[in-house]
Design a protein. Structure first.
Length: 236
């Protein structure tokens, strides 16, 4: 049975992550490198940390695969938590970098968009039609997708097809990214502990969760789910 592109891509990425996990399991120096990221000299300087944060967020949102770019927000703000304004600044710079990365990605075209369009053209058409019929739900969906580090392509491609307002897309995408950056910059619920600094195992597990979530997000036919909900509402 021939593997679909998205399945083959997922298997390759998981295999690479598994190799990295095995290396970390037996290499104590690499474990310590991950667990001490926040102590690196560049993150002890606010200016350098902000520059790193911006570019990591740009690249993280430009790549066609999900990346744990949010770690940089944690370690750029943690040395300066005594000043509550600095995490806010870090979050703003990070969210701006995310937005730039997203916009560049959509302008030049994304590998993930190509995979999605090839494998799920019909499903995207259904989602496109749902958005046409329910335009008021689009801002909420854009915000929720922006609030996660997962790929936004599965939503943005249909929005582009229906020529949804670019201004609203940019605004709600940025709001979602900004809220996500705030969560990591202020380390709410101790979320930064999942990205290294305390346990390399948690870091690897988080990577697996992000990748599997992104894969399911692409593979699940949300148009069917939305269609069922619509039928239920109509029957009521």
């Amino acid at each position: 049975m021939k593997l679909k592109k998205i399945d083959a891509t997922f298997i390759v990425i998981i295999a690479i992550l598994t190799v990295i996990s095995v290396d970390l399991l037996f290499n104590k120096a690499h474990q310590e490198a991950i667990e001490n990221i926040s102590k690196y000299e560049p993150f002890q300087n606010l200016g350098t940390g902000l520059i790193i944060t911006f570019w990591v967020c740009v690249i993280g949102n430009l790549l066609p695969i999900p990346t744990p770019y949010t770690w940089v927000v944690c370690y750029s703000s943690q040395p300066f938590m005594v000043n509550l304004f600095i995490p806010l600044l870090v979050a703003f710079i990070g969210s701006f970098g995310c937005l730039i990365g997203e916009l560049i990605g959509y302008i030049v075209g994304r590998g993930s968009a190509e995979i999605i369009s090839e494998e799920r053209t019909k499903n995207l058409k259904k989602l496109e039609q749902y958005l046409v019929n329910h335009p008021k739900i689009a801002p909420l969906l854009i915000f929720l997708f922006g609030l996660t580090p997962l790929s936004d392509d599965i939503l943005m491609v249909p929005l582009g097809l229906i020529k949804y307002s670019p201004k609203k897309t940019v605004l709600f995408c940025w709001l979602g990214k900004f809220c996500m950056m705030l969560i990591f910059a202020y380390n709410l619920l101790n979320i930064c502990s999942l990205l290294g600094g305390e346990s390399w195992i948690l870091s690897i597990v988080t990577l697996y969760v992000i990748l599997i979530s992104a894969y399911l997000l692409i593979r699940i036919d949300f148009s069917k789910i939305l269609g069922r909900n619509q039928l239920k509402n109509e029957s009521k």
